[in-house]
Write a protein that binds this ligand. Structure first.
Ligand SMILES: Nc1nc2c(c(=O)[nH]1)N[C@H]1C(S)=C(S)[C@@H](COP(=O)(O)O)O[C@H]1N2
Ligand SMILES: [Mo]
Length: 431
């Protein structure tokens, strides 16, 4: 842009205006971390930069957009020692680097037991059989012709925070709480499809079940009470407005709102209505909680209320020095909506009520903020969620008193970050 063009666009500025206000601008910029002597002009303001000196990329440079290269560290990551190989595997959402509540599908965690399969819409079939009036098979096109709804839900793997039972272990909220994502699903209520097959001969629904399985080799079969299936389960064909990612179950997955991620069968292929649970591998030897005395607690389906501060946190140290600090995090409950989140700066001795970005939505994530004036003091930062059933997120000590230390799954304890005076953060436990 030459001087004339600037003038035409009303952008003409007297260079001396910049120089005169240099001191004030300099002071602001210094606060934001730029190393420059007071009074010195900021070339980012006074000089025409290369990005303003020619063409940017054309609109066709990237027909399906990817994040800009400067954000290349906002990616899923795994913990190499956690699973035997990359096929039977798990990775973690970079929740430390995200804001708002919707998880971008590209960086949303994945868990698959026998790898992610490639299943074309044309090859897709969904069977409903068992105690129905008329067994049915739906194609993908059939599903598209049923009335759809849009719902936002979190999906949390029951093993989220599982490595933290015995003590603080992994240094990063991505690894300690990142087996979670929150998406807006478009889909058909499972009730609609079950009613299409007909449930007139099944009697009392209270002692009936559906057994759901996927098209992958693991099948990931799970038994779900028919009552839940008829209540709010969704057969999802889109997430965040677009087709499901292959790794999230393309073309169709089941949503079981508020209940453990394992029940959210991907590549959904069959739903059998039964009069008893199948007692599959996934609901007996796995996803079961071992108590202090070695016995197992049967079926913990609902994910209890939980929250965590995502920033500052070990992967998000405070780098801007003293002064205004935005503390933020996520909260969710499988029993209903988040009504309140408290934040403690002193390891749970005292609490402040955080600000919810939006009113809580049942079985969906809430974002909270607490703005403080940080003067470089050490903090033991915690958050504590409340849901609309009155449930309050427990401390680790409270959880262990009931569950012992043998568990892997269903750890919804309060997380502590030790924020040091240099702004770095570490995963710790307070007693
Ligand atoms: N068919 C099938 N469905 C599956 C799985 C699987 O391996 N196969 N994994 C389950 C587990 S344990 C979890 S936590 C969630 C993970 O969903 P995501 O990969 O979309 O994060 O899917 C569940 N559904
Ligand atoms: Mo899971």
């Amino acid at each position: 842009m030459d001087e004339k063009e600037r003038e035409n666009r009303g952008l003409a500025l007297d260079r001396r205006t910049f120089l005169r206000s240099g001191a004030a601008v300099g002071a602001l910029a210094a606060g934001a971390g730029a190393a420059r002597a007071e009074g010195e002009p900021d070339p980012l303001i006074t000089e025409v930069q290369y990005w303003a000196n020619g063409w940017g990329d054309g609109v066709d440079a990237s027909p399906y957009g990817l994040p800009i290269e400067f954000e290349s560290d906002v990616i899923r990551r795994n913990v190499p020692w956690l699973t035997a190989d990359v096929i039977s595997s798990i990775n973690f959402t970079p929740i430390h680097a995200l804001d708002g509540t919707i998880t971008p599908t590209g960086c949303a965690f994945e868990r698959h037991h026998s790898g992610a399969i490639e299943l074309k819409k044309e090859d897709y079939r969904l069977m409903i059989n068992g105690l129905v009036d008329q067994p049915l098979v739906f194609t993908y096109e059939d599903l598209e012709r049923f009335p759809r709804v849009n719902r936002t839900f979190f999906l949390e793997c029951a093993a989220n925070s599982g490595m933290e039972w015995a003590g603080a272990q992994l240094n990063g909220v991505q690894f300690t709480q990142g087996m979670i994502h929150n998406m807006q699903y478009s889909g058909i209520p499972l009730r609609t499809l079950l009613e299409e097959a007909g449930l007139s001969n099944i009697g009392d629904i209270k002692d009936k079940w559906v057994y759901v399985e996927g098209a992958d080799a693991s099948s990931n079969g799970r038994s779900i009470p028919l009552e839940k299936a008829l209540d709010d389960c969704l057969v999802a064909i889109k997430a965040n407005g677009e087709a499901l990612r292959k790794e999230h179950g393309y073309p169709v997955r089941l949503c079981v709102p508020g209940w453990e991620g394992n029940m959210w069968v991907k590549w959904l292929r069959r739903i059998e209505v039964t009069d008893q649970p199948v007692q599959s591998r996934e609901e007996t030897s796995k996803y079961t909680d071992t108590l202090a005395d070695g016995t197992s607690r049967k079926w913990t389906w609902v994910m209890d209320a939980k929250s965590v501060v995502t920033s500052p946190s070990p992967q998000m140290p405070i780098t801007h020095g003293k002064g205004p600090l935005v503390i933020t995090g996520l909260a969710w409950s499988g029993r209903g909506a988040i009504t309140q989140v408290d934040v403690s700066l002193d390891g749970g001795k005292s609490w402040k009520v955080a600000r919810l970005a939006e009113p809580g939505v049942a079985m969906a994530m809430s974002r909270f903020y607490l703005e403080i004036d940080w003067q470089g003091e050490e903090m033991f930062l915690q958050s504590r969620a409340h849901d609309d059933t009155g449930y309050v997120q427990p401390t680790k000590t409270q959880l262990r008193a009931i569950r012992g230390e043998n568990s892997v799954y269903h750890n919804n304890a309060i997380q502590t970050w030790w924020i040091k005076s240099n702004g770095e953060a570490e995963n710790v436990e307070v007693s």
